[in-house]
Design a protein around this ligand. Sequence first.
Ligand code: DC
Length: 221
Amino acid sequence: MNKKLVIAIDGPSGSGKSTIARLVAQKLNYTYIDTGAIYRAITYKAMQDGVNFEDEAALVRLANGARIWFRGDRRGSNVYLDGKDVSEKIRTPEVTRNVSYLAALSGVRELMTNLQREMGRNSGVVAEGRDIGTVVFPDADYKFYLDASLEERAQRRYEELVAKGHKVVLGEIADEMHLRNSLDRGRKIAPLKIAQGATIIDTTMMSIKEVVKAVLENVSR
Ligand code: DC
């Protein structure tokens, strides 16, 4: 494949977006952009700095001053915030709880959308998030929408957090995911929705390998 393609993958948390996007990017030797990690990094910074999540102007200022980039390692990519690797710190339940509020702010989204476009400027890209096919890369060559049942998505996140040593309760994770998803779908700006022309893949009963295969088959067609 010679042309540098833009592949957009959207979907709710736990649908498998990150895992699939990372593997597809590795296969194609493309840049992988985990846009959720960008929103998480800003959220983490706001928490560290003690910024009130209702103070939109302060959050936009903070986002404007943040330097965020990805650096690849063997597992895919690490997230750097102002020179420090925050890959693990941005995945805590506390950050997860706050991120939807920050991600609903238009001023923050505008900055982050520009950053994401800039990151994808010079190479083929696999970008994943909530508004990739609708807002960030509406002209993407390929668009996918990954989904799975709430039970399955919660189970996946539960296993991920337990493996990292967090003490969590499955039912609480399901409740939080449901709430967060409603916020992401219901917000006014760049809500999570299926982009026009997107291929929908329900990953509930699929293995990671099967989903990667399905995406790559579409792309090589
Ligand atoms: O994919 P994730 O769970 O790491 O995303 C974290 C949050 O960031 C999620 O609640 C919604 C938000 N987000 C967003 O609003 N737009 C994106 N393109 C990606 C994530």
